[in-house]
Design a protein around this ligand. Structure first.
Ligand SMILES: [Zn+2]
Length: 304
C-alpha cells in the first residue's frame, strides 16, 4: 500500500511538472502578430516582442541585441509580404534552432494601391508590388489565426487542441468586431466612402469595408510627395467632393495641411496605419480606433 501511494505521489508530481512545462518561446517582429500569437497561444506560449509598440516597421532593422533576444525561441514570426526586407540577412544569423515564419505569406495579396493616373516612377516601390499591410482586414486576421494555430501546433504538438481553440475564439472576436465596424461604416454616405491618407497602408481596409483609397505619399511613408502629385491630389479631392483627409500616428506630413488649406477639407483624427501605436497595437484596438476616426470625419453629423 505504501509503495502504491509513493508511486501515486511520484506520478502526481511528474504530472504536475508536465503541466508546469516551460511555454513555447516565440519571437515576433510585428506587434499585431505578437498579439495574435498571445491570443491563439494563451498560457502555452511566451511571446518576445522584438519590434515593440512605438517602433517603425518600415525602417526597423534588427540590432545585435534583437538577434540575441531571439535566441532560444523556437519560432520567429514575421508579418511577411516583403514588409521585413531584412529577413534573408536575418535568416543567416539566426542559426538552425529558430524557424522563421512569415504569417502573412499565404494571405491573398492585393496590389499596392496607387493613384489611378499616378506615374508609377514617382512612387517608392521598394516594398514590392503588393500592399504588405494585410492586418487591416478581419478576414485576413481570421486566416492568420488559423495559420498561427498551425505553426504553433507544429512546434508544440502536445497543445494542438488548445491552439485550435485559441484560434477559433480569436476568429469569433474578429467577426464580432467586423460586424460592429460594418454597422459604423454604414453611417457614412456611400459617395463619401473615400479614404485619403498619408501613406498607402489602407488597401485591405478599403477592400473589406467598401472604401476607395488614395494616398498622398507612397507606401514607405518617408518619400516626399512630388508637387505634381500634390496638385493631382488636390484636383481629385475637389472633383470627388472628398470631405476629410487623414494623417497617421507616425506620419503627419506638412503636405496634408497644405492640401487642407487649398481645398478646405477637414483633417481627421490620425489613423493607425502600421499597428504599432503605443496605445493601440492590436488588431482590435487599431481597427476600432480607425473606424471611429473615419466615421467621425466622414459621416453626417446627425449619424454620430
Ligand atoms: Zn505602413
Amino acid at each position: 500500500m505504501k509503495t502504491t501511494l509513493a508511486v501515486l505521489a511520484l506520478l502526481f508530481s511528474l504530472g504536475h511538472a508536465v503541466l508546469q512545462a516551460a511555454p513555447l518561446k516565440v519571437a515576433s517582429l510585428h506587434p499585431i502578430v505578437s498579439d495574435l500569437a498571445r491570443q491563439v497561444g494563451g498560457a502555452n506560449v511566451e511571446v518576445i516582442d522584438i519590434l515593440k509598440p512605438g517602433g517603425d516597421i518600415h525602417h526597423f532593422e534588427p540590432a545585435p541585441k534583437d538577434i540575441a533576444a531571439m535566441r532560444g525561441s523556437k519560432l520567429l514570426l514575421a508579418s511577411g509580404k516583403e514588409l521585413e526586407t531584412y529577413l534573408d540577412k536575418l535568416r543567416d544569423s539566426l542559426g538552425s534552432g529558430v524557424k522563421l515564419v512569415e504569417v502573412g505569406e499565404k494571405i491573398p495579396s492585393i496590389p499596392f494601391v496607387c493613384h489611378e493616373e499616378h506615374d508609377h516612377a514617382e512612387h517608392d516601390h521598394h516594398h514590392g508590388e503588393f500592399d504588405p499591410h494585410w492586418w487591416h482586414s478581419a478576414e485576413n486576421m481570421k486566416r492568420a489565426a488559423r495559420i498561427m494555430s498551425d505553426v504553433l501546433s507544429a512546434a508544440d504538438p502536445a497543445n494542438e487542441a488548445a491552439y485550435e481553440a485559441g484560434a477559433k475564439a480569436a476568429s469569433k472576436r474578429f467577426d464580432e468586431l467586423k460586424k460592429w465596424a460594418q454597422k459604423e461604416v454604414a453611417k457614412i454616405d456611400r459617395k463619401d466612402r473615400k479614404l485619403v491618407t498619408a501613406h498607402a497602408a489602407f488597401g485591405y481596409f478599403c477592400k473589406e469595408f467598401g472604401f476607395e483609397s488614395m494616398s498622398v505619399l507612397g507606401i514607405g511613408r518617408n518619400d516626399d510627395a512630388s508637387s505634381s502629385h500634390i496638385a493631382e491630389t488636390i484636383e481629385e479631392i475637389r472633383e470627388h467632393g472628398i470631405k476629410a483627409i487623414f494623417p497617421e500616428d507616425q506620419a503627419n506630413p506638412k503636405v496634408l495641411a497644405e492640401i487642407a488649406r487649398s481645398t478646405g477639407v477637414k483633417i481627421g483624427d490620425p489613423l493607425i496605419a502600421d499597428g504599432t501605436a503605443k496605445n493601440a497595437h492590436t488588431f482590435e484596438t487599431m481597427l476600432a480606433h480607425n473606424v471611429r476616426a473615419i466615421v467621425a470625419a466622414l459621416a453626417p453629423a446627425s449619424a454620430n
